[in-house]
Design a protein around this ligand. Sequence first.
Ligand code: ZN
Length: 255
Amino acid sequence: MITTYRNIHYPPETTTIELIAKLLGMYTQATDQNQFMNYLRDFQSKVINEDLMICHKMLGPNFENQLSQLYPLYCKAFGENGDVSEFMTPQAFKTFFAIIGTNGQGIGTSPFAEWVKNVSELKLSNDERVAVESLIDDLYQKMDEKTGLAFLNNEGSALYVTQSKINHSCVPNAVITFPSSDHTLSLLALDDIKCGDEITISYLDDCSVGRSRHSRQKDLMENYLFVCRCPKCEEQINDPDVTSDEEEEEEMDEE
Ligand SMILES: [Zn+2]
């Protein structure tokens, strides 16, 4: 199943399948299966009727075909276990994809970067510092030659029960970080947050959040199925409905 999925999805290609396996494992081992189902329903709440759209986004334009390719493999991989038979329907399969599509939090950690950070905090003589820095440069270069720097990070994704409830804002007052370079998620305040203020994060990456209102809204609707009404979007409510790419093209046409 992972091999098939790898052929139709961009990296990190295996994490969705691994998350599904983990959810099924958690269900069979849960002491309270009702509580587990409640967690699942919590994640699922906003995607019930729109899950096909999320699958579309995750798997690309051939999603129908790809899902039907994956579904028998899913049943083969997990269906032998009678305890999870209720998750073996086509609808349950699609719902898993939708839950991970809307709630999955990407995790990028780099043990090497962590080591570099630790070394930089050591008290070293000038000579030692020069030697260490040259070693680091050399290692980065060798890694780049062997694997490409893009693969330096361990990429993964996870579902966080509490974090998945934090709403989006295009002017967020907090950001998600992984301070221990593992799956431990932490929220870092970007601003003074007063008692009673809602904590918000950006679901869009740094590049997308800087785009026009129209582009942001399009991105958020396609990926997360909601219309953003954050202070920035409200302030820009009268901006023309053009995407940033169109804006760029227009600017190029004018030149
Ligand atoms: Zn917004």
